[in-house]
Design a protein around this ligand. Sequence first.
Ligand code: GLN
Length: 446
Amino acid sequence: ACLERIEAVEPQINALVTVCADEAVEAAKCVDEKRAKGEALGKLAGIPAIIKDNMCTKGILSTASSKMLYNYKPVYDATVIEKLKAEDYVLIAKANMDEFAMGSSTETSYFGVTKNPWDISRVPGGSSGGSAACVAADEAIFSLGSDTGGSVRQPAAFCGVVGLKPTYGTVSRFGLMAFASSLDQIGPLTKNVEDSAFVLDIIAGNDSKDSTSAIMDYPHYGEGMKRDIKGLKVGIPKEYLEQEIDAEVRQSYLDAVRLFEEMGAIVEETTLPTFDYALSAYYVIASAEVASNLSRFDGIRYGYRTEQYDDLKEMYKNTRSEGFGDETKRRIMLGNYVLSSGYYDAYYLKALKVKTLIKNDFDRLFGQYDILLSPTAPTPAFQVGAKSTPLEMYVNDLFTVPVNIAGVTAISVPSGVTKEGLPVSVQMIAKAFDENTMFRAAWNFE
Ligand code: GLN
């Protein structure tokens, strides 16, 4: 059914880079055989899923939506893929995205923009735009995205699905093509909160192949989710509401706050003074890390290689000039600038200090509150081509970025639909490794 659906909607939506129909049918048959033989089946037996194209899938194209990796077939699976396979899931496609996960609209993809299924003149958000659109358009039951500054939550909000950014260290990054290694986390996009917890429970866990993977007793995600939230302490950082927010997004958010009160939560206004610095710190840190991470794409090890060169240096230069898109080049230049001698202290080191201040600010709030509530994005999905400058695009991440900087967890849950028929969402944020409190709030709200 999902494959038929893909065939029907892909010409309009373009959420996918690769459809692996044959492999999917093969995997589904294996599940059937297991079932026929009476063998134990995994928790995702036969469930079709779509994976963002920056996660390595053995033998299946994994392009990060870049010309640089247009022909790259990994020889290994990312840890998340191994875990899904162990539960008998069925991979049916790889999802379109902003090139190397840089962007908020999926417009920087080498494979063309993905359209929002709610209104195809609009973007699906980004960078996991394909992962959000494909779930909204019923092309799969769930998908995985990656979130460095909001790339799961903002597209989830634009497409009216649930998007989760787990606490940094919860899900292994092994086999995820690194963008900003200190911020990247993989998270599920699902139709409801229960599925989100269910998928997290499968993909979370310590992994010796990722040195930043948390060593702890992992909880059973989703446990206790269906209890009421009477007495839950909810903080409303006023800085979020002081930003320019679309009137209907604001109203939907205020309605959500009221609903929390009605459900017995104790809601209070509070303050996050470092909020204003998060976006600037993010774009310095993320650019610095990506400049370093993308240096491996040199035309030798994998992917694209220029045809025009006389010597090694020219080969590097032409490969990277031809292989990377404009936004990627902009970040590489910005990153190398903030890391260069003379500027390192003024920009990169300063951004790291700001990161610590923001983290401290969140820690202080989580001493008082169980969750914080905000809109996920300042506006609903915008028109394709509407953001003409990089800065206009970057301010889209205003509400999602602080969460990655602080390393905490957040979930985006649909809260309503605008008069024009576009979905809007609220974001619930919880302290590090307290996903279950957040799931409980989200499940009750939903
Ligand atoms: N939109 C942000 C950026 O362009 C966040 C991307 C992400 O989370 N991967 O960097």
